[in-house]
Design a protein around this ligand. Structure first.
Ligand code: IFM
Length: 494
């Protein structure tokens, strides 16, 4: 294309966070413990022994943070509600103080002309529900529906878009198969049961939101679908990729869009489970009307068949895309057999994830072909880099600007191809608690000084403001890339 890329009027530019990653105040106003409070205190579970106790203090600083979002020209803020703030033990009546926080947040956003986009579950299951069986237990889906109804009752039409679950892949597979995430279980059969309960929770939760707010309430789910590519056209490599796609993607897309789990996946995991946790009518409950699909995208994977090594194993060549939260996500070795990940050349982020924007266009185009009537939102995209505050007070994150530029351009390419993509949310608004990596990985377009909690808009934040306020893709560097160095001022300090 010639000239600068222009996005359609009304295209939503937003940024995203999640409760446990940013809020802090984990003991404020009656909040109960979540599985991440417990897990982050388990020795060795989180880098540096970090916890979400302080986060970025968003719970107390939300008004300043909203003002900052307005200054960045954001049209929407995607945040999650902490279930244990609303129901400290995961069941029973609502804790009013918890709901009030989200009501104030939503009202403040709207007062600034920013649409609240609410995720009901971004991984902070109340610990009491984990003690009762967690996501592998069917009952958790009904508990989630009750909780969703309470939140929907309280926030009602303040919310522009509801998202039931964020990346159920991570909740199920990192939580119950690899154990890298809370609750830290390593049992692939329970992980598959968790997949099904999460799918059910989506269906029941969507119904609960609509029951509380009216049938028109727009409801979505956000998936971290993986773009796996076969290393060759050989049938065995293509079969390995297809196996991986099924266990990673189709166990969610199948029930949500088609009302069925792929038959092959049931056969391929028969050594682990007989899938008797799927009961009559469950699939009907799961396949409820979906008003949009959220897509979180970070990278791609290159895979080949490995007949000899159960679970695939890592190739000898160092493949730093080792199992990692979301993004580079590979199903734990105890879930998929005969697949091996190949090293991909090219630049990588601080997570070790290869930078490959073409996968985002490919994913959006594929989803659109499959369901042309389903609007898509890129609900997360971004990159961790080792940022530093420069002597001039700015954060000159040229790598992140380049990453965002290339990926927003990839969204533009999908639009050119006719895909109905309605919005893009940078991950993340703020540096935050990056799960098993603690505060050691920074994804924000706004830097957080964890000693003072001061916020500093990074060059990527300035670049994003230009995009959000003009709808025109600014060049990644040089004169158009960011505001002059000295303008990268700290805001909302202390
Ligand atoms: O920080 C996470 C987020 O919570 C879910 N998606 C991926 C991000 C980066 O790992």
């Amino acid at each position: 294309m010639t000239g600068a890329r222009r996005f359609p009027d009304g295209f939503v530019w937003g940024a995203a966070t999640a409760a446990y990653q940013v809020e802090g105040a984990t003991d404020a106003d009656g909040r109960g413990p979540s599985i991440w409070d417990t897990f982050s205190r388990t020795p060795g579970a989180v880098l540096g022994g970090h916890t979400g106790d302080l986060g970025t203090d968003h719970y107390r600083r939300f008004a300043d943070d909203v003002a900052l979002m307005a200054d960045l020209g954001l049209r929407a803020y995607r945040f999650s509600v902490a279930w244990p703030r609303v129901q400290p033990t995961g069941r029973g009546p609502a804790n009013q103080a918890g709901l009030d926080f989200y009501r104030r947040l939503a009202d403040t956003l709207r007062a600034h002309g920013i649409d609240p986009v609410v995720t009901l579950y971004h991984w902070d299951l109340p610990q009491a529900l984990e003690d009762a069986g967690g996501w592998p237990a069917r009952d958790t889906a009904w508990r989630f529906a009750d909780y969703a109804g309470l939140v929907a009752d309280a926030l009602g039409d303040r919310v522009a878009l509801w998202t039931t679950l964020n990346e159920p892949w991570c909740s199920a597979y990192l939580g119950y198969a690899s154990g890298e995430h809370a609750p830290g279980v390593q049992d692939p059969a329970r992980a598959l049961s968790a997949v099904h309960t999460l799918n059910l929770a989506h269906g029941l939760g969507a119904r609960a939101v609509r029951a509380a707010t009216g049938d028109a309430a727009p409801v979505s789910i956000t998936l971290n679908l993986q773009v796996n590519r076969a290393a060759s056209a050989a049938p065995e490599d293509r079969a390995a990729k297809a196996r991986l796609d099924r266990v990673a993607n189709e166990v969610f897309l199948g029930p949500l869009l088609d009302g069925a789990y792929p038959e092959e996946v049931v056969a391929e995991t028969a050594h682990l489970t007989d899938w008797s946790f799927v009961r009559d009518r469950d699939l009907e409950l799961i396949r409820t009307r979906l008003d949009a699909l959220g897509v979180n995208y970070y990278t791609t994977a290159l895979v080949e068949a490995d007949g000899s090594v159960p679970g695939g194993g890592a190739p000898a060549e160092a493949d730093v895309q080792a199992a990692s939260p979301a993004g580079a996500a590979r199903p734990p070795a105890n879930l998929v057999e005969g697949v091996r990940w190949r090293h991909q050349p090219g630049p990588r982020t601080a997570m070790g994830w290869v930078v490959d924007p073409s996968g985002l266009t490919e994913l959006l185009v594929d989803l659109h072909r499959r369901r042309p009537d389903l609007p898509l939102h890129v609900t997360e995209n971004g990159a961790a880099y080792p940022d530093v505050v420069a002597p001039d007070g700015g954060v000159h994150d040229a790598d992140r600007v380049a990453y965002l530029h290339a990926h927003v351009d990839a969204v533009g390419a999908a639009l050119d191809a006719g895909v109905d993509v309605r919005g893009y949310f940078a991950w993340s608004l703020l540096d935050n608690f990056e799960w098993a990596y603690g505060y050691e990985r920074r994804f924000g377009i706004v830097h957080v000084d964890y000693a003072t909690m001061a916020r500093t808009v990074k060059d990527s934040g300035h670049w994003y403001r230009r995009l959000a306020t003009t709808g025109v893709l600014p060049p990644p560097g040089g004169a158009g890339g960011g505001d002059p160095v000295g303008a990268a001022a700290a805001v909302a300090a202390g």
